[in-house]
Each structure stands twice: as structure tokens, then as C-alpha cells.
Ligand binder design. Structure first.
Ligand SMILES: O=C(O)CCC(=O)C(=O)O
Ligand SMILES: [Fe+2]
Length: 510
């Protein structure tokens, strides 16, 4: 549909329906007719009366023309310039005319102001502007701005009010992520290391399942600060934000120190009385644990409102991950990656695959690319419900959308079968190695080799042999190697060294 033709058709009626319906169904396919979908995707009218730019073609006037010199600026440039203004300037400018009032009300401007100087003594008031300016509800103005036509102003509102749950409906059979009760380690290693899947059983054994809910965390830790993107907020403040915001991309709580903050023991033996949760046993040993104190952060508690989530990315350092939903549900859209495989539609990947840019919000992605993504070879989709855990294979792109307010735990790990991929990543994509502290990034490959040699020599040997055979086949030879070790002939002539078996030159061991 052309943006200019978008007219608003009353309130979204089915916004809350799909999640309930989804929850009762074990399989991730639902029948839904087009009429339901149209109703579910209806967007309410903009509270200030702003309309998409195309509506200007049939309008008798456009109040942007009354902004003086500002009227000459394209909307995007104007809103970009406003990003550099302080709050008092925005307020004064916004009181000069209706169009500038509308431009200076864009809530993302106020989110940036708040986040750049977060206050401790704030009360969440439903919008970033009201929160930043401490405006009581009864004093919040809403001046009609009819005859203002701007995609820059309308699109974020449209994205924030488009129902997203319908995008998780009617998953084509060939795209569906496998759903299994559980797997043995042997089954995982043999057939599932490179595939996404959902396990429905293991999380239901965890003590935190059924105990941990957002409400429980609020009760137990109201004043404990948790990390939510660039801010640390007490749980009580995050919960009031979670229940009352209209952001296009809601602030997402992603805390790597949750275990310390909630005093749970992550070292306790699986299924022991002390353990609050444990890695599903099918994933086997996590080989990154040999890094000990140098290991990058590997566990997070994730909490966010419906519509929040993660835009397309790959997990760091070629690690695999599991993501267990304690409450709520998550829609996953996933794509494999690798030489010769196209990146997902709407995701820009540099030629050497080292830089990934996902410029769109989740809502914008759904509106613009979801239909195409669904038809793209390799696409996998599924819903992970409360009490279930999803496997993210090493190197896979994934986008995650919370279909309801959700609480999840995630852990990154390195299964034995993926040690060659992780070694290749650490060795060949050094500029992309992340998460290590104390300058370990530059020597992460050497450190991992050394630690594996000490504790799991047979795993290292197997992985290096695998890498060597990939190298000989000319596969997996990354940009780093090409740039630092020269052309293909060097591999054959011994210029290419793994630092193993007495050849210590490569191993800059700490
Ligand atoms: O639950 C989510 O939003 C997904 C998190 C994720 O992809 C990650 O931690 O890497
Ligand atoms: Fe991820």
C-alpha cells in the first residue's frame, strides 16, 4: 500500500487476540482469514491529526508552510536538526506554530534527551517528554495539527500502533521451526547443531519456571537496578514503563548481572537443590567455559513488553545460544548464513560478512520486509512459548518479537561440534571479536587454543584438523588470513599455521 494512501480505520480491534489464541495451540500454525488480518492491522488516528505525506496531494493547505524558514527543510532533515537541540529550545520552538509543535513533540527526541542525562528521581509518565519534563498528566497538551502531512512524523506512530502479532500467524509449513519434547546430546550433536529448534520439556523442570514472573521480580527486587539498553532502572520503574508506553521500539531490559542481583547460583550442579535453572542437557559441555575468568558475558535475563524484541543480528564470536521463555511468548524469524548464502532481505552485510547493518525497527521490518522474508529460501519461523527453549545455531541471523510481555533467560555457548567455527571466527574475523575484557579481544584465538590444549586436547586436535581440511579446500579462509598471510599458495607452502603441535609461533599465549 502506498504510504500516501494510508488512512486510519479506527482502533486496532484484534491486537490482543492472537496471543491468547496462539497460547492454546501447540503447533505454530493458525488459520486466519484475510478479514481478521485487515482488522488486526488497522491503525488508530494520530492524536494530533497528522497524516501521511501523500495526503497532501488532495489537501487544500499544508501547515508546514507556516514554519518560516524551517518550512524549506525536508521533514527528515528538520527532525534530524531538532535532535541537537536542548529541551528549552525545543519547547520555545514548539510554541511558535502548530507544525513545529508537532515536530518538537516527536517522543524519540525526548527519549534521547532523557537517556543522555538519566535522572534518578524520575517517575515514568507514559511518554519520554512528560517524564523528562515531569509534566503531570492533566497538564499534557494535545493541540490539533490538522493539515500537517508528514511521513517523518506519521511513520513512527504507524509503526508503534500496527499490530505485530498477525505477522506470526500462518507460518508456511516449510518455514516452521521444529518443535521437539527433548533431545539427547548424541541426537543434538548428530543432527541438530546447525538447526534451530524448540524444546518443550526441559525448562518446565527449572525451579525458576513458574516462580519467576515480572510480578515476582517486582515484588522481590523493586529497587534493584537492571540494565535496559543505555539506562539502569529499578525494577519498579521498568515495570511501570513496560505497562504504559507507546514506543515504536520499546526499551528492552537485557541484564547480564541478573544472577548476582537476584542471588541465584549459576554454578550449582544441574537439578541440584541449589540450582535455579541449568542448560538443557542436550547441549553438552560448553567449551567456552575453558576461558574461565576471560570468558565474555554469556548469560542474560531479558524482559520486555509486547512489541519489544531484538532486530536482526548474529550472536557474537560464532557462539550458539539457547533462549528460554519463562513468561510470555516470542516469535522468531531466522536465516542461515555463510558463503554463497544471501543475507536476509532488509539486512545489509558487507562483502566479507564482517559488518551487519539492520537499520529498521522490528515494526518497520514487519511492515516492509516480512512477506519477502517469508518467501526467501532458508527462512525459519516459530513461536517459543512459556516453558520452552529455542536453539539459535552458531552464525544464524535472527529477529525476535515478543508477542506478549515476556521474561526470558538466554545463554551463549560453544558446543563441541562448533569449536572449529568459533576458532575460525576468532582467528579470521579479529575485528569482530567482541565481549572479551582487558584487551583479550586481540588474542582471543590464541587464548582459546591454549586453554583447549590444556583442558581438552582431543577437542582441539579434532577442531584444528577440521579447520585444516577446510583451509585446504579453500573454504573458511577469512579476510584476516588473506590479508595477513597472503594468497592461497601460502597455505600449501606452510605459511599458514595453527600454533599447535609444537608450532608455537602463532600462539601469543598470555
Ligand atoms: O529474546 C530476545 O529478544 C532474543 C535475544 C537474543 O537474540 C540474544 O540474546 O542474542
Ligand atoms: Fe541473539
Amino acid at each position: 500500500m502506498a504510504p500516501g494512501l494510508l488512512e486510519h480505520v479506527g482502533n486496532a480491534t484484534a491486537e490482543s487476540r492472537p496471543s491468547k489464541k496462539i497460547k492454546t495451540s501447540a503447533a505454530a500454525t493458525f488459520e486466519h482469514d484475510d478479514e481478521d488480518l485487515a482488522a488486526a492491522t488497522a491503525v488508530p488516528s494520530h492524536p494530533l491529526g497528522i497524516k501521511p505525506a501523500g495526503n497532501a496531494y488532495t489537501a487544500s493547505e499544508n501547515i508546514k508552510s507556516r514554519c518560516g524558514l524551517f518550512a524549506r527543510l525536508p521533514d527528515e532533515l528538520l527532525s534530524h536538526i531538532l535532535e541537537s537541540f536542548e529541551a528549552d529550545v525545543l519547547i520555545r520552538l514548539g510554541s511558535t506554530c502548530r507544525a513545529l509543535y508537532a515536530f518538537t513533540r516527536l517522543d524519540d527526541l525526548w527519549r534521547t534527551l532523557f537517556v543522555s542525562s538519566p535522572a534518578d528521581d524520575f517517575e515514568w509518565r507514559g511518554t519520554w517528554r512528560a517524564t523528562y519534563l515531569k509534566t503531570p498528566k492533566e497538564n499534557v497538551t494535545s493541540i490539533p495539527c490538522t493539515n500537517l502531512f508528514s511521513d517523518t512524523l506519521y511513520r513512527p506512530f504507524q509503526c508503534a500502533h500496527t499490530a505485530l502479532n498477525p505477522y506470526a500467524l500462518n507460518i508456511p509449513k516449510s518455514n516452521q521451526i521444529a518443535r521437539l519434547s527433548d533431545l539427547t546430546y548424541e541426537e543434538y550433536a548428530e543432527a541438530w547443531v546447525d538447526k534451530p529448534f524448540v524444546l518443550t520439556d526441559p525448562v518446565k523442570q527449572w525451579p525458576v519456571y513458574d516462580t519467576w514472573t515480572p510480578e515476582y521480580l517486582l515484588k522481590q527486587f523493586p529497587d534493584t537496578k537492571f540494565r535496559a539498553e543505555a539506562v539502569d532502572w529499578p525494577m519498579s520503574k521498568y515495570m511501570s514503563y513496560m505497562h504504559n508506553n507507546a514506543d515504536e521500539s520499546p526499551l528492552y531490559l537485557f541484564d547480564r548481572s541478573f544472577a548476582e542481583k537476584t542471588s541465584i547460583d549459576t554454578t550449582a550442579a544441574p537439578q541440584s537443590n541449589e540450582a535455579a535453572y541449568w542448560s538443557p542437557t542436550c547441549f553438552g559441555d560448553d567449551l567456552f567455559s575453558v576461558l574461565g575468568e576471560h570468558r565474555p558475558d554469556c548469560r542474560w535475563m531479558i524482559m520486555g513488553p509486547k512489541r519489544s524484541g531484538s532486530t536482526f543480528h548474529k550472536d557474537p564470536n560464532a557462539t550458539s545460544a539457547w533462549n528460554a521463555v519463562l513468561t510470555g511468548s516470542k516469535y522468531w524469524l531466522m536465516f542461515p548464513a555463510g558463503p554463497g548464502i544471501e543475507s536476509p532481505p532488509g539486512v545489509i552485510v558487507s562483502d566479507d560478512q564482517s559488518e551487519i547493518t539492520s537499520p529498521l525497527s522490528i515494526a518497520e521490518y514487519m511492515l516492509t520486509f516480512h512477506a519477502l522474508a517469508r518467501q526467501t529460501p532458508g527462512c525459519k519461523e516459530g513461536i517459543c512459548f512459556a516453558g520452552e527453549v529455542l536453539h539459535v545455531p552458531s552464525g544464524w541471523f535472527h529477529l525476535v518479537l515478543n508477542l506478549e510481555d515476556s521474561l526470558a533467560l538466554t545463554q551463549n555457548f560453544v558446543p563441541r561440534k562448533k569449536v572449529p567455527d568459533v576458532l575460525a571466527f576468532l582467528r579470521d574475523q579479529r575485528a569482530e571479536v567482541t565481549g572479551f575484557r582487558d584487551h583479550v579481544c586481540e588474542r582471543a584465538y590464541e587464548l582459546f587454543v591454549e586453554r583447549l590444549r590444556e583442558s581438552n586436547p582431543e577437542v582441539l586436535q579434532e577442531a584444528l584438523s577440521e579447520l585444516e581440511s577446510r583451509g585446504k579446500k579453500g573454504k573458511g579462509r577469512g579476510r584476516w588470513e588473506t590479508l595477513t598471510k597472503g594468497g592461497e599458495e601460502d597455505v600449501e607452502s606452510g605459511g599458514f599455521s595453527f600454533g599447535f603441535g609444537g608450532d608455537d609461533d602463532d600462539a601469543d599465549i598470555p
